[in-house]
Design a protein around this ligand. Sequence first.
Ligand code: BG6
Length: 490
Amino acid sequence: MTRVELQTGFPSDFLWGGATAANQLEGGWDEDGRGPSIDDAFPGGKERLNILSSEDFDWTIDPQKYRYPNHIGIDHYHRYKEDIALFAEMGFKCYRFSISWSRIFPKGTETEPNQKGLAFYDSLINECVKHHIEPVITLAHYETPLYLAKHYGGWQNKQLVTVFDRFVKTVIHHFGDRCHYFLTFNEINSAATFPVLGQAMVPSTGAKQKKNVFQAWHNQFVASAMAVQTAHTFDADIKVGNMLLLATSYAYNADPKNQLATLRHNQDFNYFCTDVQVRGAYPAYTKRLLAQYNLTLADLDRTEAELALIQQYPVDFISLSYYMSTAINVTEDTGATANGNLIGGVKNPYLKSSDWGWQIDPTGLTIGLEELYDRYQKPIFIVENGLGARDDFKDGKVYDDYRIDFLKSHIEAMQVAIADGVELMGYTPWGCIDLVSASTGEMAKRYGFIYVDLDDAGEGTFDRFKKKSFYWYQQVIASNGANLSNDLSY
Ligand code: BG6
């Protein structure tokens, strides 16, 4: 009897590439008419999220008190041609980046766009096209203009839907002839733990009241539907995806109470936003979810017209970030907790952790992909994944075998999901070039295939160097994922 072989290869049009976000790499924060974005008020250092979550944080930029690494990023604003040439050398088929809202509309409220901002992205996109790299554009990657956070209170205010719609229309009408993939709100569900990033809301503007977080989500669901409408009206072939922070969740043990808590956690964290954006309607469990905070749907300002729009314009595909899984235990206190990508949890004894305490779990990627595909039957695009690690830079080289091991195991996990029928569109590892960390503002936490000579104090030449993983990923792409061997000369 012959053995049945499952298809584990990647589709021939698979989008291999890398991912970044404007605020974390561009720099040039006040150049050519750009207005400040919320990230320009984020201090650097491990205390960043604690500072942003404190009652007295009021968006003041105070260079006497803090360093602001996002102001300089890695100077991509001036070096993007060199960077894109390096991506092309690796063989990128696509490049995911964000368009900084405040580079196009400095305060967010203007009616006319900043032409120099458009010119910058014209040049960047043309550079991608020249190298046959498909741009994948994030419309909102934690980058609300600071003015809208300070004067409108962030996304809890419905006026943001109107001004964001103007930004989206400008972007799609201007760049839509060369760009076919757009993502709406980066890690939209991360507001469950840190509304400052995605919703531009802090405790002093009401971020601790869950009603505001749910209202902000609703406003973003409407804005997401409007973005789909704009894109499809402009060109029916443009595809728009949501963007989910996927943290596959396990019950700590077989106690049914932990199993139920895990189901609830999945609904509330992993699925709630995606259910609305993909299925076009609020899920049945919304009432139970809101009741946890003593809220009902009547507490939210949702019009019939908005709900109809959400229903009419669901996203075309699901995009997600995946770095780690999380374990749920409500029956006992094991004492051990784990850090993670904006969401922590109980320490899972079966997993190892990164230098920053994020639990490494490639199997969790297979499980997460299959759960999502079973639930929605929509194509999935992994637009972030990677290992934040300290690199040892010596004589122009970085031997980052640990990063290769991480990525290799996750690509293998993708192959298992593909063999089980998951429709996977592409893979863009995070921070394909070293950039400023979102949660800590550090340079020391590196994800890239390309090393950038810059440290946490802002010192360095900004020169770029190819790590060992650069050549490894080049080989992965050239073989369309067939050759994952780390046996290469460097
Ligand atoms: C995701 C974000 O949360 O994870 C990125 O979309 C971020 O912006 C990435 O950089 C990695 O997180 P960090 O905190 O290590 O930079």
